[in-house]
Design a protein around this ligand. Structure first.
Ligand code: KG4
Ligand code: ZN
Length: 343
């Protein structure tokens, strides 16, 4: 079965082709991605209307490139999957509209996928896929959640951020340090040259006893520190970046280990854009190694938004018979859509 996946929830247009067989994990045949980062950079963040228009321009050429790379024909597609939410309404509508139009034209069923389920299942695209059950730390630009994952579609929320997401903490701190957009990768690159202990920054909710997170206060502490430094900020930026990253990473690692401890599980999956962070990977690897637990990551390219994770999530849902594709082409999108609503 050949599944075409389309991702258009935010500032990346992603298309991929995955092949699902009766047994074994689905296999990625080809994928293509266009990132809008350069376009939004001038505005310091994503401009939703520009994002939607760019998705319209990119999605069909990307789909053609994927089919060409895979040596597949349009009529050979069995299912067209798309990101139904959460995300920017206009951007989601582009992927949903194209998927349903393709489905209707080809007479093939369509399947709306939850964006976070895509992230959650993205490590199954890697050379070292996890096994159910596992703990998942979902750390993207909009979400920070710890989930217990029993199988496809069987997700229990253990804890989440009560305000900003970890990615937002990276992005907002980077912005106020003048590092541009998206700030996460820029801040973490600069942090490599800094001292993570140079500034004492708060570790919000570290000892709260639950698995929730809070990052809004951290951003304020970074702002206060930056103001205090005044003219000296320029020379101390790498230290401030390293200290900010260390605070975010410490909280994420401690809570992830607490989730493993509570669940009695031995494996954890890290998914979402912040999962590309090298310091987070290094700290988690060493903390989990000490505990005899395994960490699974998506390949670096599949940490941030992409079409492969959407095609993969659709393929795994269909394999698990957890959801059926439909030939009813009336579509909606869900800009807000809690993962816990998926069953
Ligand atoms: O998963 P994603 O591509 O989009 C959402 O679904 O939100 O995640 C984007 C987030 C942004 O906040 C970005 O700054 C962050 O992931 N990010 C990073 C790194 N790469 C991406 N944060 C820290 N270190 C990185 N290397
Ligand atoms: Zn995402």
């Amino acid at each position: 079965m050949l599944i075409l996946g389309i991702e258009s929830s935010c500032d990346e247009t992603g298309v991929a082709l995955v092949e699902a067989r009766d047994a074994g994990l689905p296999v990625l045949r080809a994928q293509a991605l266009h990132t809008q980062v350069a376009m939004h950079e001038a505005y310091g963040g994503v401009v939703p209307e520009l994002a939607s228009r760019d998705h319209i321009r990119r999605v069909l050429p990307l789909a053609e490139a994927v089919l060409r790379d895979a040596g597949a024909k349009l009529r050979e597609l069995d299912v067209i999957a798309y990101t139904r939410g959460p995300g920017l309404a206009g951007a989601l509508l582009v992927g949903a509209g194209v998927a349903c139009a393709l489905g209707a034209a080809l007479g093939k069923p369509v399947l709306g996928v939850h964006h976070l389920e895509g992230h959650l299942l993205s490590p199954f695209l890697s050379a070292d896929p996890p096994h159910f059950p596992f703990i998942a730390l979902l750390v993207s630009g909009g979400h920070t959640q710890l989930m217990q994952v029993e199988g496809v579609g069987r997700y229990t929320l253990l804890g989440e951020t009560i305000d900003d997401a970890a990615g937002e903490a990276f992005d907002k701190s980077a912005k106020l340090m003048g590092l541009g957009y998206p700030g996460g990768p820029a801040l973490s690159r600069l942090a490599e040259q800094g001292d993570p202990q140079a500034f004492k920054l708060p570790r919000p909710l570290l000892h709260s006893g639950d698995l929730d997170f809070s990052f809004a206060g951290l951003k304020t502490a970074v702002l206060t520190q930056a103001k205090k430094l005044g003219g000296e900020l320029e020379g101390r930026k790498a230290d401030l970046a390293a200290s900010t990253q260390a605070a975010i990473v410490e909280v994420l690692v401690k809570k992830s280990l607490a989730a493993l401890e509570r669940s009695g599980l031995q494996s954890i999956v890290i998914a979402g854009g912040v999962g590309a962070n090298k310091a987070l990977r290094a700290e988690l690897n060493s903390a989990c190694a000490k505990r005899g637990a395994r960490v699974h990551y998506p390949e670096l390219d599949f940490c941030t938004d992409n079409g492969a994770m959407i095609a993969m999530a659709a393929a795994m849902r269909l394999q698990a018979k957890a959801k059926a594709a439909t030939t009813i082409y009336a579509f909606d999108v869900k800009p807000r859509w809690p993962l816990a609503e998926l069953t």
